[in-house]
Design a protein around this ligand. Structure first.
Ligand code: FE2
Ligand code: FE2
Length: 164
Protein backbone atom coordinates (compact mmCIF):
# COMPACT_ATOMS: atom_id res chain seq x y z
CA UNK A 1 0.00 0.00 0.00
CA UNK A 2 1.28 3.45 -0.89
CA UNK A 3 0.75 6.18 1.67
CA UNK A 4 0.28 9.80 0.73
CA UNK A 5 3.35 11.77 1.69
CA UNK A 6 1.98 15.08 0.43
CA UNK A 7 2.39 16.89 3.74
CA UNK A 8 5.92 15.58 4.22
CA UNK A 9 6.84 16.79 0.75
CA UNK A 10 5.33 20.16 1.57
CA UNK A 11 7.46 20.24 4.70
CA UNK A 12 10.65 19.51 2.77
CA UNK A 13 9.87 22.37 0.37
CA UNK A 14 9.03 24.81 3.16
CA UNK A 15 11.43 27.74 3.15
CA UNK A 16 11.87 27.66 6.93
CA UNK A 17 12.72 23.96 6.91
CA UNK A 18 15.24 24.63 4.16
CA UNK A 19 16.70 27.56 6.09
CA UNK A 20 17.14 25.49 9.30
CA UNK A 21 18.88 22.77 7.32
CA UNK A 22 21.16 25.26 5.58
CA UNK A 23 22.25 26.67 8.93
CA UNK A 24 23.04 23.17 10.22
CA UNK A 25 24.94 22.23 7.06
CA UNK A 26 27.02 25.38 7.35
CA UNK A 27 27.79 24.97 11.05
CA UNK A 28 28.72 21.30 10.59
CA UNK A 29 30.95 21.78 7.57
CA UNK A 30 34.11 21.02 9.54
CA UNK A 31 32.48 18.58 11.96
CA UNK A 32 34.38 15.31 12.29
CA UNK A 33 31.49 13.42 13.87
CA UNK A 34 28.03 12.58 12.54
CA UNK A 35 26.27 15.37 10.74
CA UNK A 36 22.62 16.22 11.00
CA UNK A 37 21.54 17.18 7.51
CA UNK A 38 18.69 15.92 5.37
CA UNK A 39 20.29 12.54 4.84
CA UNK A 40 20.41 11.87 8.58
CA UNK A 41 16.73 12.79 8.93
CA UNK A 42 15.76 10.52 6.06
CA UNK A 43 17.79 7.62 7.43
CA UNK A 44 16.15 8.01 10.83
CA UNK A 45 12.72 8.14 9.16
CA UNK A 46 13.26 4.93 7.22
CA UNK A 47 14.75 3.05 10.13
CA UNK A 48 12.17 4.23 12.65
CA UNK A 49 9.35 3.26 10.31
CA UNK A 50 10.76 -0.18 9.55
CA UNK A 51 11.33 -0.74 13.28
CA UNK A 52 7.68 0.09 13.95
CA UNK A 53 6.45 -2.17 11.15
CA UNK A 54 8.67 -5.01 12.30
CA UNK A 55 7.16 -4.72 15.75
CA UNK A 56 3.63 -4.77 14.39
CA UNK A 57 2.97 -1.17 15.35
CA UNK A 58 0.58 0.27 12.84
CA UNK A 59 -1.06 2.98 14.93
CA UNK A 60 1.40 5.64 13.88
CA UNK A 61 0.93 6.92 10.38
CA UNK A 62 3.87 6.88 8.06
CA UNK A 63 3.60 10.61 7.46
CA UNK A 64 3.84 11.36 11.16
CA UNK A 65 6.87 9.12 11.58
CA UNK A 66 8.65 10.72 8.62
CA UNK A 67 7.73 14.25 9.69
CA UNK A 68 9.04 13.64 13.21
CA UNK A 69 12.26 12.07 11.95
CA UNK A 70 12.92 14.78 9.38
CA UNK A 71 12.38 17.47 12.01
CA UNK A 72 13.97 15.85 15.07
CA UNK A 73 17.29 17.69 14.75
CA UNK A 74 16.27 20.97 13.07
CA UNK A 75 17.11 22.84 16.26
CA UNK A 76 20.75 21.73 16.17
CA UNK A 77 21.90 25.14 14.94
CA UNK A 78 20.34 26.72 18.04
CA UNK A 79 22.21 24.32 20.32
CA UNK A 80 25.48 25.25 18.58
CA UNK A 81 24.72 28.91 19.29
CA UNK A 82 23.16 28.97 22.76
CA UNK A 83 23.68 25.52 24.25
CA UNK A 84 19.95 24.89 24.48
CA UNK A 85 19.03 21.19 24.23
CA UNK A 86 18.31 20.65 20.54
CA UNK A 87 15.46 18.25 21.20
CA UNK A 88 13.52 21.10 22.82
CA UNK A 89 14.59 23.62 20.21
CA UNK A 90 13.63 21.24 17.40
CA UNK A 91 10.17 20.69 18.84
CA UNK A 92 9.65 24.44 19.11
CA UNK A 93 10.73 25.07 15.52
CA UNK A 94 8.71 22.11 14.27
CA UNK A 95 5.35 23.36 15.57
CA UNK A 96 4.65 26.18 13.07
CA UNK A 97 6.02 24.06 10.22
CA UNK A 98 3.69 21.18 11.01
CA UNK A 99 0.72 23.52 11.33
CA UNK A 100 1.48 25.17 8.01
CA UNK A 101 1.87 21.83 6.26
CA UNK A 102 -1.58 20.67 7.34
CA UNK A 103 -0.85 18.27 10.17
CA UNK A 104 -3.74 17.97 12.60
CA UNK A 105 -3.58 18.98 16.25
CA UNK A 106 -3.47 15.43 17.61
CA UNK A 107 -0.86 14.37 15.08
CA UNK A 108 1.24 17.40 16.02
CA UNK A 109 1.13 16.51 19.72
CA UNK A 110 2.43 13.02 19.01
CA UNK A 111 5.17 14.29 16.69
CA UNK A 112 6.40 16.98 19.09
CA UNK A 113 6.52 14.53 21.98
CA UNK A 114 8.54 12.10 19.88
CA UNK A 115 10.99 14.85 18.92
CA UNK A 116 11.39 15.90 22.57
CA UNK A 117 12.06 12.30 23.59
CA UNK A 118 14.56 11.39 20.88
CA UNK A 119 17.61 11.75 23.15
CA UNK A 120 16.21 9.99 26.21
CA UNK A 121 17.29 6.47 25.26
CA UNK A 122 17.64 5.21 28.77
CA UNK A 123 14.41 6.52 30.25
CA UNK A 124 11.27 4.48 30.82
CA UNK A 125 7.85 5.53 29.62
CA UNK A 126 8.82 7.00 26.29
CA UNK A 127 6.08 7.19 23.72
CA UNK A 128 6.17 4.71 20.86
CA UNK A 129 7.41 7.37 18.45
CA UNK A 130 10.00 8.62 20.95
CA UNK A 131 11.35 5.09 21.35
CA UNK A 132 11.48 4.51 17.59
CA UNK A 133 13.27 7.82 16.98
CA UNK A 134 15.79 7.27 19.77
CA UNK A 135 16.69 3.79 18.47
CA UNK A 136 16.73 4.85 14.82
CA UNK A 137 18.93 7.84 15.66
CA UNK A 138 21.67 5.43 16.74
CA UNK A 139 21.08 2.87 14.02
CA UNK A 140 21.26 5.58 11.37
CA UNK A 141 24.98 6.14 11.93
CA UNK A 142 27.61 4.41 9.88
CA UNK A 143 30.13 4.03 12.71
CA UNK A 144 32.01 1.19 11.01
CA UNK A 145 33.27 3.45 8.22
CA UNK A 146 33.55 6.69 10.18
CA UNK A 147 36.83 8.57 10.24
CA UNK A 148 36.09 9.92 13.72
CA UNK A 149 36.13 6.49 15.42
CA UNK A 150 39.17 7.12 17.60
CA UNK A 151 37.72 10.26 19.13
CA UNK A 152 34.05 9.33 19.32
CA UNK A 153 32.73 8.29 22.72
CA UNK A 154 29.86 6.43 21.05
CA UNK A 155 31.99 4.25 18.80
CA UNK A 156 32.47 1.16 20.95
CA UNK A 157 28.89 1.04 22.09
CA UNK A 158 27.81 1.47 18.49
CA UNK A 159 29.93 -1.40 17.23
CA UNK A 160 28.39 -3.74 19.79
CA UNK A 161 24.87 -2.88 18.77
CA UNK A 162 22.56 -5.06 16.74
CA UNK A 163 22.39 -3.98 13.13
CA UNK A 164 19.20 -2.57 11.78
FE1 FE2 B 1 19.38 14.70 17.98
FE1 FE2 C 1 19.57 12.68 15.13
Amino acid sequence: MLHSMARVNQLLDHEEYISHMEKIDMLEKERLFCKHGFEHGLNVARIAYSYLLENGETLLHKESVYAAALLHDIGRWIEYGTGEDHAEASARLALPLLEECGFLWDEIQVILKGIREHRRHHEDHLTLLGTALALADDWARDCRHCSGQDLCHKYHEAMNRVMY
